[in-house]
Ligand binder design. Structure first.
Ligand SMILES: CC(C)(COP(=O)(O)OP(=O)(O)OC[C@H]1O[C@@H](n2cnc3c(N)ncnc32)[C@H](O)[C@@H]1OP(=O)(O)O)[C@@H](O)C(=O)NCCC(=O)NCCS
Length: 119
């Protein structure tokens, strides 16, 4: 598995590839001291092999020095994602009633304080 990054300054995207085929992506928007994760996805055939964890670690490694925290939103019922984020040091900071639609579901906002130079 190979990780590839695309960085245009305010948006950073990490791709996980097997033999040139993309099997996972993480996308983050960077603004001042905060970064917001928009999307994390791993193809269902290769889940539970540590790919999302590796992509999140790589993403954190590539954040600019001024980034102090990472924020994301997740559906309350998305246990795999919630467990992934918790295992990477994210903590719940707020619950939002009816944040998601189709289907309607509450959301959880999670945060991770970035400690640079840890890797
Ligand atoms: C959530 C998702 C990105 C996880 O990707 P993954 O590559 O399978 O995750 P990893 O193998 O790196 O798992 C890392 C940790 O996350 C947690 N985790 C991942 N999948 C899990 C599951 N199905 N159930 C419980 N915990 C899970 C575990 O703590 C796991 O560590 P472990 O395997 O050592 O126990 C993947 O399931 C996915 O793409 N889901 C659909 C898209 C989605 O919901 N994205 C999140 C939107 S907020």
């Amino acid at each position: 598995m190979m990780l590839r990054a695309k960085n245009d300054g305010c948006q950073l995207k990490i791709y996980a590839e097997y033999n040139g085929v993309t099997v996972g992506t993480v996308e983050i928007q960077i603004s001042l001291d905060e970064a917001y994760i928009h999307d994390v996805f791993v193809s269902d055939k290769v889940r539970r092999q540590g790919i999302a964890r590796q992509m999140l670690c790589e993403l954190e490694r590539q954040l600019p020095a001024q980034t102090e925290r990472i924020i994301l939103d997740v559906r309350v019922g998305n246990i795999p994602a919630i467990e992934l984020y918790k295992s990477q040091g994210f903590k719940e900071i707020v619950r939002r009633k009816g944040f998601y639609y189709e289907p309607c579901e509450d959301g959880i906002t999670m945060e991770k304080i970035v400690i640079h130079g840890r890797y």
